[in-house]
Write a protein of this length. Structure first.
Ligand code: HEC
Length: 96
């Protein structure tokens, strides 16, 4: 049966595609919400993912001696909304 011989690899391909789609949807949670960035550091971190952005924020806070995310953010996950002066606080503290 020449037909089955052709179909088997095709099924394998479809299955592989289905798996790829599912896993990239699962990863969507690990992305930053922002599409426009006002800072270089967060933009670069977000290109790697949300976890990298959080790590970047934490490292920055350590350097700037800020103890609380809410100093700049009015909400955390999933939106990470900034307070009106959140960006200013970030740049004043030396953030880029
Ligand atoms: C000194 C102010 C400041 C503090 C403190 C701060 N952030 Fe941020 N954060 C910012 C600014 C400003 C941005 C947006 C950067 C931009 O627009 O490029 C941001 C963006 C983010 C983002 C990207 C969100 C997205 O989905 O686009 C995450 C995640 C984040 N902060 C997490 C945290 C966490 C977690 C903490 C506490 C550990 C924290 N931040 C503390 C200023 C701060």
């Amino acid at each position: 049966m020449a037909k089955t011989g052709l179909l088997a690899p095709l099924f394998a391909l479809v299955a592989a595609l289905a798996i790829t789609t599912v896993s990239s949807e699962a990863l969507a949670d690990d992305k930053c919400r922002r599409v426009e960035f006002k800072t270089v550091a967060v933009k670069e971190a977000c290109e790697k993912g949300l976890k990298a952005a959080k790590d970047q924020m934490k490292a920055f806070m350590k350097k700037a001696k800020i103890k609380n995310c809410q100093v700049c953010h009015s909400s955390l996950a999933p939106e990470y909304k900034l307070k009106p002066d959140g960006l200013k606080k970030y740049t004043d503290a030396g953030g880029k």
